[in-house]
Design a protein around this ligand. Sequence first.
Ligand SMILES: NC(=O)c1ccc[n+]([C@@H]2O[C@H](COP(=O)([O-])OP(=O)(O)OC[C@H]3O[C@@H](n4cnc5c(N)ncnc54)[C@H](OP(=O)(O)O)[C@@H]3O)[C@@H](O)[C@H]2O)c1
Length: 334
Amino acid sequence: MKAQKMNAIISTAYGSADVLKLQQVDRPVPEQDEVLIKVHATTVTNAHTAMRTGYPLFGRLFMGLMKPKMEISGTDFSGEIVAAGEKVKKYHIGDSVFGSTDLNGGSYAEYLTIKENEVFTLKPENYTHAQATAIIDGASTAYAFLKNAINLKAGQKILINGASGSIGTAAVQLAKYFGAEVTGVCSTANVSMVKSIGADYVIDYSKTDFTKGSKKYDVIFDTVGKSSFKACKPVLENDGIYLTPVLTLGSLKDMMISKLFSSKKAVFMATGLRDSKTKSKEFIAIKKLIENNKLTPVIDRYYQLPQIPEAHRYVEKGHKKGNVVISIVEGVES
Ligand SMILES: NC(=O)c1ccc[n+]([C@@H]2O[C@H](COP(=O)([O-])OP(=O)(O)OC[C@H]3O[C@@H](n4cnc5c(N)ncnc54)[C@H](OP(=O)(O)O)[C@@H]3O)[C@@H](O)[C@H]2O)c1
């Protein structure tokens, strides 16, 4: 039978956003334990821009040494199940679902397939497809750091650097939900937004260097890696923790040395590389928070599927507010 076609963004080499090309390709066909999802919305995140460039090089161990293993990139999605393999039990045709394909990619396309036990679930009814896809990157990463890695406690003082970004906006809301006292760090333009999502205090980094202040924190979550463990140490409590999702040789070195020789710890984690079971459990917890109106996604801009290269150029400037959503189906914005 002739394969059905779909539009997708393909990348066959590492490089600038110019490697991303719109093409017609065969629509994937679900295996027995997979569903076929018509993608309504996806996102462009910093993980994707890193996957596109192939840097840091360490990532190529998972993404492909010389060129991307997966020609269709993109991870987070929200959409509708339109076909299911015969062994699929949990889902039905017509279900609205959201989730992440992680290293398997595939969401920069009109359709994707995913195994039913991977990281996705029914979309919360109180979220649109755009909102559902927008929350995934930041909330999954922030939840893994704040709950799984350090189990942030009520009453602890946390400072979130980069509070206006994808991880930052989710981290502010999750830390408040866990009962912490939250200080967000952002630029002047984002102060009111960071306050509006729940930060108790906001420091404008263009006016004040938080590492020179007298206030100490139990946790500093440097979501954008613009500070460092060394710079933050003076404002960490004696048993304080510096968290960062940004992989550098320095963050790995800080983690190893502080583990052995310091009461203050530095922690890095590649959240996407953990097993599907752990990620799925966290994802269900995030869904419950959404249903209880504890998380609001911050959406900066929308682009269409053919504009994904443009979206990459915008994201890698490093100044997005929250998240960038790609509408694949018309009307996703409303
Ligand atoms: N380890 C993991 O598992 C994992 C998972 C996901 C992402 N990541 C990584 O985490 C990092 C953050 O990702 P993200 O998507 O949350 O970032 P993002 O959304 O791109 O962050 C952008 C925000 O950072 C703010 N910012 C820029 N310079 C700043 C500074 N000097 N101080 C404070 N804030 C500043 C910007 O505000 P202004 O415009 O006002 O400056 C902007 O709102 C990326 O490197 C990403 O690759 C790691």
